[in-house]
Ligand binder design. Structure first.
Ligand code: BJW
Ligand code: ZN
Length: 257
């Protein structure tokens, strides 16, 4: 079996020389933790239309249905742990002057694995707030859901929503700007486990490439980004990333000695 560095010499050489590394992640990174993706065969959108659940309009029409869907997903996420892909990325961070994980995921698993510099582009499913007074709502409040009744703010009776980005909404203040600055500086960008169909997030790897980054993608299949990348590595993130981190660590340690 060929070693990772023999199969992907250009990527390892670029990483060894890189000062600024950006990682762009999507739901595929958490798939091996047991969290469903959105658009795969078993994905969340196979059972539900995105417009029915992930828009403000849907929420205002049927807040109890949307809240129940997020409650169900929160319960799944609470049970799940970071997988080898999250851990390998956390282990890769200290090798570089700047290393950022720019994630579309809302599950907090990069942070749980120990990644320090994480930018959440689509918010976090673990935080919730009142649409009227903006006060953050405790998980306890959400769990006091009576069957068929929407959860309301204890202070002002406004509806409680998850702190995620729905279609038609802007990304969290500053998150996209910060991510854009990082990708413009990146020597290497790794795009991992994303179909790269949701904008403006999916613009980031393309911007990185336009600004001179080496662009590599890791996915179980080709994505909308594939035509633009320098290299696609087909396979599971949880299998490829530990090999990548080991190869980088070995090469950088050898260079320093
Ligand atoms: C593995 C694996 C393994 C599996 N290992 N890999 C035309 C052009 C440009 C923009 C638009 C447009 N038409 C409409 C828009 C706007 C819209 C958009 O992009 N729509 C597109 C779908 C066309 N974007 C927006 O509305 C955004 N806001 C915006 O544009 O604001 C400006 C504005 C303001 C006012 C009015 C109008 C505009 C906001 C987008 C918010 C996205 N939100 C969601 C839901 C978050 C909340 C929640 O969790 O419920 O974010 S949608 C969903 O998709 C979620 C994800 O973060 C996002 C991306 O999905 P991701 O992560 O790529 O997952 P999948 O399932 O698609 O892919 C998984 C991949 O993993 C696959 O490729 C697998 O092969 C792979 N894989 N196992 C490696 N083990
Ligand atoms: Zn309130």
């Amino acid at each position: 079996m060929a070693r990772f560095e023999d199969k992907h010499p250009e990527l390892i050489a670029r990483l060894t020389q890189a000062a600024h590394v950006a990682v762009f992640t999507g739901a595929g990174v958490s798939a091996e933790s047991g969290i469903p993706t959105f658009r795969d065969e078993e994905g969340l959108w196979q059972k539900y239309e995105p417009q029915e659940l992930a828009t403000m309009e849907a929420f205002l029409n049927q807040p109890e249905v949307v809240q129940a869907w997020y409650k169900h997903r929160r319960a799944i996420i609470h049970e799940k742990k970071p997988n080898p892909a999250h851990h390998a990325l956390a282990q890769l961070e200290p090798f570089f002057q700047e290393f950022a994980v720019i994630t579309q995921n809302v599950d907090n698993l990069h942070q749980e694995a120990g990644s320090k510099n994480v930018i959440e582009l689509h918010g976090s499913i673990l935080r919730n707030y009142c649409v009227d007074c903006k006060q953050e709502a405790a998980e306890q409040t959400l769990n006091q859901m009576a069957e068929g009744q929407p959860v309301q703010c204890p202070k002002c009776k406004g509806l409680i929503r998850p702190d995620v980005v729905w279609f038609g909404e802007s990304l969290p203040q500053g998150a996209f700007e910060k991510a854009s600055q990082i990708v413009c500086q990146a020597d290497v960008l790794l795009s991992i486990g994303t179909s790269a169909v949701v904008f403006p997030a999916a613009q980031l790897p393309i911007t990185a490439k336009e600004h001179g980054a080496y662009l590599a993608e890791i996915n179980i299949e080709r994505s909308d980004l594939s035509p633009f990348v320098d290299e696609t590595i087909l396979g599971k993130a949880g299998e490829i990333l530990p090999d990548l981190t080991a190869a980088v660590s070995k090469r950088i340690s050898a260079t320093n000695n």
